[in-house]
Ligand binder design. Structure first.
Ligand code: PLP
Length: 453
C-alpha cells in the first residue's frame, strides 16, 4: 500500500489486506501496481455495466452541483419521479409504486415492515412472522438477517434475531428433502412446497405476514434457478393464507438473468419486489422496493397513506441521477440482448469445463448469473469440507491470474456446499468471456496440483 503508513480502515476482515484499486475501465479493474483484474463477478453482482462510464459519472456530478441533497419528507425532484416511473414500467403489471433505499438490506427491511403494517392496519393484528428459506441471503440488518439463511452470519446474533421461520428452497441437484428429482416432478408432490404449507399451519396462518425468496438463489448457493412451476405453487399458498409474497431481486434485477426482472421468468406477480445493485450498476448506493397496487391501496385506506418508516437518504438525488443514467445505458446498449447471447455462450463454455475438471458437479444459472457447484470429486460425489475453503482458495488463484469471481462456501447440512458465481458485467464481450473461462480453467489446474501437495 504505497503511501499508506497506518491502516485506519475497518472492514469485514481486519487481518486481510486487499489490492488498492486506482481505476476501472469496462470489465477491468486496475490496482496501484498496474495489475489488471477481469471483474468476472461485477464486484458483488453490482457493477453490472462495468467501470468508468462517463455519462453516469457526469450525470451524478451535474446533480451534485445543482442540489446534492433534498429530504424526501419535505421535497421531491423530477428525476425521482422519472426513475420511479421507469422502474415501475419495467416491473410486472400492478407493481407500480417505488420506494427508494440505499442498499438491498434496507430494501428488504422496508418490505418486511410494510408487510407487517399492511396486515396490522387491516385488522390482521397477529400477522408478523416471516417465512424465509435457508438457502437465501436478504441482507445484514436484523430483520433481513432474520429472514435469510446465512447460518454463519446469523450465528453471532441468534439472541437478537426475530422469530422468523425457514424452509429449504428447491435444489433438485442435491435435494435437501432427499427426494428424487424425476419422482418429485412427475408426481407434482413437491416437499419443498408442502413444507411451506406445513410451516404456515404450524405457525398458524393468522400469524404469518410474508414469504420472502430470491427468484434464483444467489450468494448462498450459487445461482440456482427453481424448477418450473415452483413459484406458482408458492403464490397459490400465499393467496390461500393471505400472506404477502416478497421477491428479492436485489441480485437478479435489471437484466442480470436476461429479463428486466427474473420474476418474468418465474411466471407470477409478487406483492413486493425488492431491488438494489444493478439499478445504478453500482455507481451509487441505490435500492428499493416496488409495491403492488393492492398493498398501496391498503396502506392508503387503513393507514391514512402513511408508511411508518423512512431513511435520510431515501431517493438521494445523486443516487437517483446515477440510476437514471445507468438505466439509459442499459437501454441504449441493448444490454438484455447481450445477456441472452453471452449467457448462453458462457453456459456452454462452463459445461466444457465440467467435462475437463472433476471439481465441477453442476453448472446452472440464468443469463449472466451462472454458478458452478464445487466438489472434491464428481464421480464419487465427494464434497469439500467447508473448512477447506475450496471456493475461496480457487478464487484466490484466479485473482493471481487476473480475474475475480464470487466464491461461496460453508454448509449447514450439505445442501449448500461450495460454489463460485460467475457474473461479469452485462455488456461483457465474447473475448472477455473466453478470458474468464481460460483463467478459470488454469485456476482449476493449479488448484488440483495444490491439493495433491
Ligand atoms: N438480497 C440479495 C439477494 C443480495 O444478494 C444482497 C446482497 O448481496 C442483499 C439482499 C443485501 O444487499 P446490500 O448488501 O446492498 O445491503
Amino acid at each position: 500500500m504505497d503511501g499508506i503508513k497506518k491502516d485506519y480502515v475497518f472492514h469485514r476482515d481486519l487481518k486481510k489486506k486487499y489490492p488498492i484499486i486506482t481505476h476501472g475501465e469496462g470489465s477491468y479493474l486496475f490496482d496501484e501496481s498496474g495489475k489488471k483484474y477481469l471483474d468476472a463477478c461485477s464486484g458483488a453482482v453490482a457493477a453490472n455495466l462495468g467501470h468508468g462510464i462517463t455519462s453516469i459519472g457526469e450525470a451524478m456530478a451535474e446533480q451534485a452541483k445543482k442540489a446534492a441533497f433534498v429530504h424526501t419528507m419535505r421535497f421531491e425532484t423530477k428525476a425521482l419521479h422519472l426513475l420511479a416511473e421507469t422502474i415501475g414500467k419495467m416491473a410486472p403489471d400492478h407493481l407500480n409504486k417505488v420506494y427508494f433505499t440505499t442498499g438491498g438490506s434496507e430494501a428488504n427491511e422496508s418490505a418486511l415492515k410494510l408487510a407487517r403494517q399492511y396486515h396490522r392496519d387491516a385488522g390482521r393484528h397477529q400477522k408478523h412472522i416471516v417465512i424465509g428459506r435457508w438457502q437465501s441471503y436478504h441482507g445484514n440488518t436484523i430483520g433481513s438477517l432474520s429472514a435469510g439463511g446465512d447460518v454463519k452470519r446469523r450465528h453471532a446474533y441468534t439472541p437478537n434475531l426475530l422469530n422468523y421461520a425457514h424452509v429449504y428452497s428447491p435444489y433438485c441437484h442435491r435435494c435437501p428433502y432427499d427426494r428424487q428429482k424425476d419422482d418429485c416432478l412427475s408426481k407434482q408432490n413437491w416437499t419443498c412446497v408442502t413444507d411451506i404449507e406445513r410451516s404456515i399451519l404450524e405457525l398458524g396462518p393468522e400469524n404469518v405476514s410474508a414469504f420472502i425468496a430470491e427468484p434464483i438463489v444467489g450468494s448462498q448457493q450459487g445461482a440456482v434457478p427453481p424448477p418450473l412451476g415452483y413459484f406458482k405453487k408458492v403464490r397459490e399458498l400465499c393467496d390461500r393464507y393471505q400472506i404477502l409474497l416478497i421477491i428479492d431481486e436485489v441480485m437478479t434485477g435489471f437484466g442480470r438473468t436476461g429479463t428486466n426482472f427474473a420474476t418474468e421468468q418465474i411466471g407470477i406477480v409478487p406483492d413486493i419486489i425488492t431491488f438494489g445493485k444493478g439499478v445504478s450498476a453500482g455507481y451509487a448506493p441505490l435500492a428499493g422496493m416496488i409495491v403492488h397496487d393492492q398493498v398501496i391501496e391498503g396502506i392508503i385506506e387503513n393507514s391514512d397513506g402513511k408508511f411508518i418508516h423512512g431513511y435520510t437518504y431515501s431517493g438521494h438525488p445523486v443516487a437517483v441521477a446515477a440510476g437514471l443514467a445507468a438505466l439509459d445505458v442499459y437501454k441504449q446498449d441493448s444490454v438484455l440482448e447481450n445477456v441472452k447471447k453471452q449467457g448462453l455462450y458462457l453456459f456452454n463454455r462452463l459445461l466444457e469445463l465440467k467435462q475437463k475438471h472433476a471439481f465441477i458437479s453442476d453448472v446452472r444459472g440464468r443469463g449472466l448469473l451462472m454458478g458452478i457447484e464445487l466438489v472434491k470429486d464428481r464421480e464419487q460425489d465427494l464434497l469439500f469440507d467447508p473448512a477447506e475453503k475450496a471456493a475461496e482458495r480457487l478464487n484466490g488463484i484466479a485473482m493471481e491470474l487476473g480475474a475475480v469471481f464470487y466464491p461461496g462456501s460453508g454448509s449447514i447440512d450439505g445442501t449448500k456446499g461450495e460454489h463460485l458465481i460467475i457474473s461479469p458485467p452485462l455488456n461483457v464481450t465474447k473475448t472477455e468471456m473466453d478470458e474468464i473461462v481460460r483463467i478459470l480453467d488454469e485456476s482449476f489446474t493449479i488448484f488440483k496440483l495444490q491439493l495433491r501437495k
